[in-house]
Design a binder for this molecule. Sequence first.
Ligand SMILES: Nc1ncnc2c1ncn2[C@@H]1O[C@H](COP(=O)(O)OP(=O)(O)OP(=O)(O)O)[C@@H](O)[C@H]1O
Ligand SMILES: [Mg+2]
Length: 252
Amino acid sequence: MTGAVPEFEIVVRGGHPDFLDIPWATPLAEWDDARLVPMAHGISRHVVRVVRHDRRVYAIKETAEGAAEAEHRALRALWDVPLPVVEPVGLVHTRPAGGAARLITRYLDFSLPYWYVIGREAPTPADVLLDAAVVLLVRLHLAGVFWGDCSPSNILFRRDAGAMMAYLVDAETTEIRPSIGDALRAHDVEIAHENLVGGALHHAGTTGSGRCGELVTVSPTLVRRPLDPPRAPLLLPCVRRRARRLRRGGDG
Ligand SMILES: Nc1ncnc2c1ncn2[C@@H]1O[C@H](COP(=O)(O)OP(=O)(O)OP(=O)(O)O)[C@@H](O)[C@H]1O
Ligand SMILES: [Mg+2]
């Protein structure tokens, strides 16, 4: 309908602002709103902006309507388990339907993308990040979740009580089943391996940082060791031991 002013349908979980004062009619990339907060974030296909509201901070992602709905549904299911994922807060639809939608999540306070943790903090050893990523993947698999896109940019890292924790930030490709079999789990591990190594090489290439080399060296362990539930707790010390041996120059 030419000239029709788009309307918006905002659905927000209780306990959060109504977001009515946000300029929804403007594409997210063009926002110049007083609520915007500049935050470090990972590589993304979609525009993600961060806004402050009532002393809380929220991430807003602009994506296709179907994708936003599916991701919102997946995040709600994962959050309710509970699993370490970003908190889904709401969805904003354009009316009439078919335009871009926006997914609102609670910004994970104190979280950092991997390139920041590797590059800026007091160096965090790559195997600490890898351990955290493995714990997240194992927890998802134990809960019957196939991720399909485990990658450095889809994980947020945060120190919780001194330990590095990994959180899933991008649930677009997740599939939630009663349980997942060996083939699917192996496929997910393969994807994680490829993305983690690819991400590390990309980071090393763009920053000249040698630190990611460690991650590349250690990551084959992730693929060689089956992540079956009974052995999962054993895996993490194995990864750590192997990393230590590799750093000392042994063959692991
Ligand atoms: N709730 C959140 N808290 C902190 N950071 C966030 C949050 N949501 C998104 N981000 C940041 O924005 C980046 C991009 O988000 P996301 O991965 O969901 O987008 P995308 O890659 O475009 O999505 P998709 O892979 O579905 O196309 C993340 O790497 C993360 O740094
Ligand atoms: Mg992503």
